[in-house]
Design a protein around this ligand. Structure first.
Ligand code: SF4
Length: 456
C-alpha cells in the first residue's frame, strides 16, 4: 500500500465535511422512544442469529479528561461502583434468560473506565456473566484500561479471569498536551505495563491515540508514535479530536488558540498514517492500524471485516447485547439503547425490569442500505450483483436517486461505478464515510446540522 496516496490535500480539503462514522445504519440519531421493550423481545425472537457479542458499560472515571465526549460519571468514590454493580447484576439477570439459546463469542468492557473497578468487583462481574450466559470456548474477551490509576498486577488478575485483549487509552505522551487535556500519565509506567501484560500472556494489545489535541505539534506527536512502535503494540486506534464545545461542556476548557488549525491537523494526521504504515502496520478502515498478522488485518484482506458500535471488528456476524447505562444493542433487525442517566437507569431497572429507552426497528430499506454502507466502509468495494441477488432488486434502479451523488467523487477519481461493482480508490480511504453518505436515506434531514465530526 502506497502511503502517499492517502493525502491529496486538495481533495481532503474539498471533502473535509462532517459525517457519521457509521458504527450503525441508521445512526443513533434515528433512535426514537416509540421503540418499546416488546419490540426488543420480538427482535430476539425473529433474529436468525444465535451468536452473541456482549458489551458492558462501566461509566465511572476518577478525573475528567477535557476532550472527552463519552458517557461517564466522574467520582473518586469507589463505593459508587458497588451500587452500580448491584443494578447491573439485576439487568444481567433480567436479560440473560432471553439469550439462553445464544453462545457468547465476544465480551467487551468499555466506559467510562472499566479499570475503575477493584479486583474483587471485576471478579464478581466476570463470575456473574459466566454464570448467566453460555460462553464459547473461543471467547474474545477485551477491556479498556486507563493507565493512570492501575497497579501492575491488574494484568495478572484480568488474564486469570479470561481476558485476552487489552486496550489502553494513551492519546498523547507530551506533558504540555497532557496538562492541557487534564490527563497526565507516566510514559514509563505505560511501557512497563505493556511489557508486563505481554509476559503475563496477553497477545493482543491496543492503544488509542488522538490527533488534533491542544499544543500538539508534528515534533511532539512523532515522539508518541515512536513510543507506540517501541512498545510493539498489536493495534492502534487513531482518532481525530472533534472540538464540539457546544455539545460537550468540558471541551470549553480547551481554548481555541491552543488547538492546531486545519493545516496543522492535516499534518498531524499525515504524520501518524505515514509513520505507522512505515513501521509496518496495515491501515484498517479509516482509523485503525494493525500488524499484518493481526485478525483485523487478515479480515480486511479477505473481505470479512465488519463494523459495529465499538468500531472495526472481526465478529460482525453476532447479535450485540449492551448492558449497563447508555449501552447500545443490535439484535436482529433492531437497534436499541439503554437510558443514559445513572439514577434513571437504576429507577428503570427497578420499575420496568429493563433499561431500554429508545431504539429503532429496521425497515427492509434500512437493512439493504446498511449492508451497502458496511461493505463500503470495510472493504472499499461493493458487489452490486451480490446485493441485487440477495435483496431481489436491480441495484442501479433501486439506487437511481442515490447514485448521482457519487458523480462528484467519480469526477475526482475517487470512486469507480461499474455495471457490477463500485470501487473506492485507496486515496479516498480517509473520505469513506463522506462517500457512504450518498447511500444514507436519512442524511437530508441532518445535512445542515453539526451533529457529526469532520473527516480531519
Ligand atoms: S476520556 Fe476516558 S477516562 Fe477520560 S473522562 Fe472520558 S471516559 Fe473517562
Amino acid at each position: 500500500m502506497q502511503v502517499s496516496q492517502f493525502f491529496d490535500k486538495n481533495l481532503l480539503n474539498k471533502y473535509n465535511t462532517s459525517g457519521p462514522r457509521y458504527t450503525s445504519y441508521p445512526t443513533a440519531l434515528e433512535f426514537h422512544d416509540d421503540f418499546q421493550h416488546d419490540d426488543f423481545i420480538k427482535a430476539i425472537e425473529n433474529s436468525q442469529n444465535r451468536e452473541l457479542s456482549l458489551y458492558v458499560h462501566i461509566p465511572f472515571c476518577h478525573t475528567l479528561c477535557y476532550y472527552c465526549g463519552c458517557n461517564k460519571v466522574i467520582t473518586r468514590h469507589r463505593d459508587k461502583a458497588d451500587t452500580y454493580l448491584e443494578y447491573l447484576a439485576k439487568e444481567i439477570a433480567l436479560q440473560a434468560p432471553l439469550f439462553k439459546d445464544y453462545k457468547v463469542k465476544q465480551l467487551h468492557w468499555g466506559g467510562g473506565t472499566p479499570s475503575f473497578l477493584t479486583h474483587p468487583q471485576i471478579t464478581q462481574l466476570v463470575s456473574l456473566l459466566k454464570e448467566k450466559f453460555d460462553f464459547s470456548d473461543e471467547l474474545e474477551m477485551s477491556i479498556e484500561i486507563d493507565p493512570r490509576e492501575i497497579e501492575m498486577d491488574l494484568a495478572e488478575h484480568l488474564f486469570s479471569l479470561g481476558f485476552n485483549r487489552l486496550s489502553l487509552g494513551v492519546q498523547d505522551l507530551d506533558l504540555k498536551v497532557q496538562q492541557a487535556i487534564n490527563r497526565v500519565q507516566s510514559t514509563e509506567f505505560i511501557g512497563d505495563f505493556i511489557t508486563h501484560a505481554k509476559d503475563v500472556g496477553f497477545n493482543s494489545i491496543n492503544i488509542d491515540l488522538i490527533y488534533g489535541l491542544p499544543h500538539q505539534t508534528t515534533e511532539n506527536f512523532a515522539k508518541t508514535l515512536d513510543k507506540a512502535h517501541e512498545w510493539d503494540v498489536d493495534r492502534i486506534s487513531l482518532f481525530s479530536y472533534a472540538h464540539l464545545p457546544s455539545r460537550f461542556a468540558a471541551q470549553r476548557k480547551l481554548r481555541d488558540e491552543w488547538l492546531p488549525n486545519t493545516e496543522e491537523k492535516f499534518a498531524l494526521m499525515k504524520l501518524a498514517v505515514e509513520t505507522l504504515c512505515n513501521y509496518g502496520y496495515d491501515f484498517i478502515g479509516m482509523d485503525h492500524f494493525a500488524k499484518p498478522n493481526d485478525e483485523l488485518a487478515v479480515a480486511q484482506s479477505d473481505g470479512t471485516l465488519h463494523r459495529n458500535f465499538q468500531g472495526y471488528t472481526t465478529k460482525g456476524g453476532c447479535d450485540l447485547l449492551g448492558l449497563g447505562v447508555s449501552s447500545i444493542s443490535s439484535i436482529g433487525n433492531s437497534f436499541s439503547q439503554n437510558i443514559k442517566e445513572l439514577k434513571q437507569y437504576y429507577q428503570s431497572i427497578t420499575e420496568k425490569q429493563h433499561a431500554q429507552v429508545k431504539g429503532v426497528s429496521l425497515t427492509e430499506d434500512d437493512v439493504l442500505r446498511g449492508e451497502v454502507i458496511q461493505e463500503l466502509m470495510c472493504n472499499l468495494y461493493l458487489d452490486k450483483k451480490m446485493i441485487s441477488d440477495k435483496y431481489n432488486i436491480d441495484f442501479d434502479e433501486y439506487f437511481s436517486e442515490d447514485l448521482p451523488l457519487l458523480e462528484t467523487f467519480i469526477q475526482d477519481g475517487l470512486v469507480e461505478n461499474h455495471a457490477n461493482y463500485i470501487k473506492v480508490e485507496q486515496k479516498a480511504r480517509l473520505l469513506i464515510r463522506i462517500i457512504c453518505m450518498s447511500f444514507d436515506a436519512y442524511m437530508k434531514k441532518h445535512i445542515n446540522q453539526q451533529r457529526f465530526s469532520r473527516v480531519i
